[in-house]
Design a protein around this ligand. Structure first.
Ligand SMILES: C=CC1=C(C)c2cc3[nH]c(cc4nc(cc5[nH]c(cc1n2)c(C)c5CCC(=O)O)C(CCC(=O)O)=C4C)c(C)c3C=C
Ligand SMILES: [Fe+2]
Length: 484
């Protein structure tokens, strides 16, 4: 049975794995799902309440050449019963033969970037970031250089980064804000009668993804929703975190059969769009002539090759997101001029254009006098809002002739936004399927082990040699000056 693209059906761009049932339509608001079940007698179409339709149920997943039953067979969340043990259970009306009431212990895993908490953390944090092959994408042949390069670039960039973090109080506020969002989400879910543990997994700093996953295992979570805290999907953000998660799950036989639902992006959700429009409307009111203010969306950039060569949907999603926010504002009678630009480029390659700094100068030259900056790729305050936008870009704008400057705060724990995330989790929950269909117990052959050993030794040797040459020949190292 062919798996269909869930993004066509499920508004939250929920990832599912292939299943022996083909979803034909899904209306998450009505909790109805239409499923086509194929059997030797042919296929039949049935409408089930979504809560009773667990896509892992009766599924046969090929693992290592065998067919095994879906792990969630006896623990589907359905109906709306809540047990005193803090476990979310639902009344089940299962497939043809039997009905049973089962229990799930629900987890929600928030994915985020992470940030250095002290100035001493800055260099190792940068190392983790640049060692990610989704951040510096080297051709396969040069992958052995990833870690030495990360070491070099992190050491070279650390002084500039430290200055930035020092100017916002000596560290990133990301962990604190994400923890607050996790707590707010837990409460919003409880208000909607779903009891869940909410975990935070950072990609490059504490609490690392591995720690969160360890906790999920310890807590005996039986159904998991993964929610990246990036509204739009990029290979470099949600993509990187999801890939890491998949690799951790694939190596663990328990985790690889845990039903998981991954919400890839959610920028198009009504609750998010409306919450952004509310923030913009509120901030516009602080200008003396709100209708003359240019709404300036500033998104974090990515190298242009991500979009044009690797198929990153980030730019399309960003443009779509901006037009949804502007449509919402227009429907409320706010029809300001607006523009989108990309900030925070790093390294020698070309990034998505137009660049925020260049556009600010152009707008000033064109006579724009009032400007409202709207950070749009992230939902908490961080170095790039607090330092880059509030300090660097503000100064540049004022120097360029812009007289009135404002900035929309990040969504943080805004209640309409958190409530919408809670709805996204609830919609995604019944769609959970095992994250990995690969054989987690597969042992590498001795030939593979030998190759790995050779590769390891070569990597160590060439990597150290390159790092040595670059460190001791500063002219060569200046190739990397744009990272600094
Ligand atoms: C949607 C958001 C982000 C995208 C896309 C993204 C891509 C990306 N980032 C770098 C390099 C750096 N990012 C850094 C910090 C940083 N990045 C984001 C978000 C996105 N990055 C955030 C929220 C933060 C701040 C975290 C915090 O500490 O508060 C940094 C470190 C800071 C600095 O030195 O400027 C680097 C470096 C690349 C190369 C990239 C895409 C390939
Ligand atoms: Fe970044």
């Amino acid at each position: 049975m062919e798996a269909i693209s869930s993004s066509k059906l499920v508004p939250a761009h929920i990832t599912k794995l292939s299943t022996s049932k083909q979803i034909l339509s899904c209306n998450p608001n009505k909790h109805l799902i239409s499923v086509k079940c194929s059997s030797s007698q042919g296929s039949k179409r049935e409408s089930l309440s979504i809560s009773s339709c667990d896509l892992t149920d009766t599924r046969h997943v090929p693992v290592g050449g065998q067919l095994i039953s879906g792990s969630a067979h006896s623990r589907n969340p359905v109906g709306k019963t809540f047990s005193s043990t803090g476990v979310w259970t639902l009344d089940q009306h299962v497939s043809e033969s039997s009905s049973q009431v089962t229990e799930d212990k629900v987890g929600v895993l928030l994915l985020n970037l992470g940030g250095p908490e002290t100035l001493n953390d800055v260099q190792p944090f940068l190392f983790n970031l640049f060692a990610d092959p989704d951040i510096i994408r080297l051709p396969r042949l040069f992958r052995f250089l990833q870690r030495p390069l990360a070491q070099l670039i992190s050491v070279l960039r650390a002084p500039k980064s430290k200055e930035g973090y020092a100017s916002i109080g000596g560290g990133s506020p990301l962990r604190k804000i994400t923890d607050e969002q996790a707590q707010a989400l837990k409460m919003a879910l409880e208000a909607k009668k779903l009891h869940a543990n909410v975990y935070v997994a950072m990609r490059y700093w504490y609490p690392f993804t591995e720690e969160a996953v360890h906790q999920i295992k310890n807590d005996g979570i039986t159904r998991l929703v993964v929610l990246p805290l990036y509204p739009q999907y990029s290979i470099s953000t949600s993509g990187s975190s999801i890939r890491l998660l998949q690799s951790i799950f694939q190596e663990d036989s328990c985790l690889s059969s845990l039903p998981v639902s991954i919400i890839q992006s959610w920028y198009q959700r009504e609750g998010y769009i409306k919450s952004m429009a509310n923030l913009i409307e509120t901030e516009l009111k602080s200008f003396s002539k709100p209708e003359e203010v240019m709404i300036f969306f500033s998104a974090h950039g990515v190298p242009v090759t991500y979009v044009e060569d690797a198929g990153d949907p980030y730019r399309d999603q960003m443009e779509d997101c901006i037009s949804l926010i502007m449509k919402e504002l227009k429907s409320r009678g706010t029809d300001n001029n607006h523009t989108l630009a990309y900030q925070s480029r790093v390294g020698p390659v070309q990034w998505l254009k137009p660049y925020t700094d260049e556009v600010l100068v152009e707008l000033g030259q064109k006579g724009v006098k009032s400007l409202l900056a709207v950070p749009v790729s992230f939902v908490s305050e961080h170095i790039e809002t607090l330092e880059e936008i509030d300090m660097e870009y503000r100064e540049l704008a004022l120097e360029s002739g812009i007289e009135n400057w404002g900035r929309v705060p990040a969504l943080g724990c805004t209640s309409s936004f958190i409530s919408d995330l809670a709805d996204a989790v609830i919609e995604a929950l019944p769609l959970a399927t095992a994250i990995s269909q690969e054989n987690p117990t597969k042992k590498s052959t001795s030939a593979e082990s030998d190759t790995n050993l050779v590769r390891y030794v070569l990597t160590l040797f060439f990597g150290s040699a390159v790092a040595f040459v670059l460190l001791f020949f500063p002219k060569l190292a200046s190739t990397f000056k744009n990272y600094i």
